[in-house]
Design a protein around this ligand. Structure first.
Ligand SMILES: Nc1ncnc2c1ncn2[C@@H]1O[C@H](COP(=O)(O)OP(=O)(O)OP(=O)(O)O)[C@@H](O)[C@H]1O
Length: 247
């Protein structure tokens, strides 16, 4: 659904853990209807930033808005259109996939009949339908990742925030997830993802922010990042290493 507000707005966000500042005065404005990549070396502050967007960590300073609604002052309303997929998804091992999806749908207050219909469609799309009678504890890492993605999508969010969504997936599963995310943004929704697979970011993300030591050191389309790095022909990997190296 189109909105007059940016999908996501971070204003001057800061997060410290004791004496250590993990995220420094970070500002971002992400328009709806695109895949946006958040890149950075290990420990740069990406997961901390995503956890603040998801309302799991409270920023020490600054504000975060999802489709115009503040996560800091109105967390419940703000998080309604959001789906967050952590890098280590939490599943209930003694549930079967339909039970897991119906449980998550129940948390969002969805009607049982609607939840069942959505769950069936998602499991079929992600090739998990034939595994529907198994407990999720018997699933492989990739199957768990896909089920967690289905659970994130069940309440029909408009903004998805995904931490390393393709890690551990085989080629076929990675393709399914990429296709699903592409379709999600074609429908006018927004994806913000972190990845260490720079080819994925290069191919999928319309815009990218590079974070280093809790600060944004570059932001824009690949072409704009090339200009910022002074390497006008480089791949995203070249540009990333140049910019992080300089910083
Ligand atoms: N709960 C915490 N307590 C103390 N320090 C933390 C906590 N969470 C994160 N940090 C620190 O904050 C910094 C940023 O961590 P974060 O997980 O956000 O990085 P990241 O960019 O996601 O890294 P990676 O690519 O390795 O996943 C790291 O130095 C990390 O050790």
């Amino acid at each position: 659904m189109a909105s007059d507000f940016p999908a996501l707005e971070l204003q001057n966000v800061q997060k410290t853990f004791g004496a250590f500042t993990a995220v420094h005065h970070l500002s971002l404005n992400i328009a709806a209807g695109q895949i946006y990549g958040l890149l950075g070396p290990n420990g740069a502050g990406k997961t901390t930033t995503l956890r603040m967007i998801a309302g799991l960590l409270i920023p020490d300073q600054g504000n975060i808005r999802i489709l115009g609604e503040s996560v800091v002052s109105h967390p419940q309303q703000a998080k309604r259109p959001l789906a967050y997929l952590p890098d280590e998804p939490l599943l209930y091992g003694k549930l079967r996939p339909m039970e897991h999806l119906e449980f998550v749908a129940g948390l969002w207050g969805m009607k049982a009949s609607e939840a069942y219909r959505e769950a069936e469609e998602l499991l079929k799309w992600l090739d998990l339908w034939q595994h529907r009678s198994a407990f999720t504890e018997s699933y492989s890492r990739g199957m768990k990742q896909k089920l967690a993605l289905a659970a994130a999508l069940i309440h029909k969010p408009q903004v998805m925030v995904l931490d390393e969504p393709l890690t551990g997936l085989d080629a076929a599963a990675a393709r399914q997830v990429k296709d699903l995310l592409s379709q999600f943004v074609k429908d006018g929704n927004t994806v913000v993802l972190t990845t260490h697979i720079l080819e994925v970011a290069e191919r999928m993300a319309e815009r990218i922010a590079i974070i280093n030591k809790g600060q944004i050191i570059a932001e824009g389309s690949l072409q704009e990042l090339r200009t910022q790095s002074g390497d006008t022909e480089g791949s995203l990997e070249d540009v990333f290493l140049d910019l992080v190296g300089e910083a």
